[in-house]
Design a protein. Structure first.
Length: 164
């Protein structure tokens, strides 16, 4: 196997794990909320936070390193190749959504559920507001790399603003 194919496989496996982790996180939190059991909900959000620590964040690093290494090995100009340039933009947006919205909202959900379970003060309307906001930003954090995935597979668009 060539060095290029090695890095491409690493990149693709990381993408699969990364996207799968986001999808399952959204699914399990929605599923737990459907039970109306705040203990399950607290457990689900704690699991999501842990899976981000062990899969999402390392996945970002490996996706980036593997993709850059594969592009270098292939001799592909990273920022002058449209589908790579725009995918990097979308992937970066996903990271910003995660860092500034999703992760803080996850911590808020976890803290709220821990406190309300301990004090028996759960207010479904209050939690629902936090959850719906998390769901919205989580969906954006999923859609941006998902669109990036399709761009990479289809090698579209060819246009980059950095082409001379």
């Amino acid at each position: 196997m060539s060095v290029y194919l090695f890095f491409k496989v690493i990149h693709l496996l990381s993408v699969v794990a990364f996207l799968g982790n986001i999808v399952t996180g959204l699914f399990w939190m929605k599923y737990a909320c459907g039970t109306k059991n705040t203990g399950y909900m607290q457990h689900a959000v704690s699991g999501i936070i842990a899976s981000d620590k062990w899969f999402t964040i390392p996945g970002v690093i490996i996706i980036t390193a593997g993709g850059i290494a594969a592009a270098i090995q292939a001799g592909t100009p990273i920022l002058r190749t449209g589908w790579i340039f725009w995918s990097i933009i979308l992937f970066s947006l996903s990271g910003l959504f995660f860092a500034f919205k999703v992760a803080p909202l996850q911590r808020s959900m976890k803290q709220y559920l821990e406190t309300s379970n301990r004090n028996d003060t759960y207010d479904e309307k209050k939690f629902s507001g936090i959850f719906k906001e998390w769901e919205f930003w989580g969906l954006l954090a999923l859609l941006t790399p998902l669109i990036s995935f399709f761009m990479m597979v289809l090698k579209w668009p060819e246009w980059s603003p950095l082409v001379q």
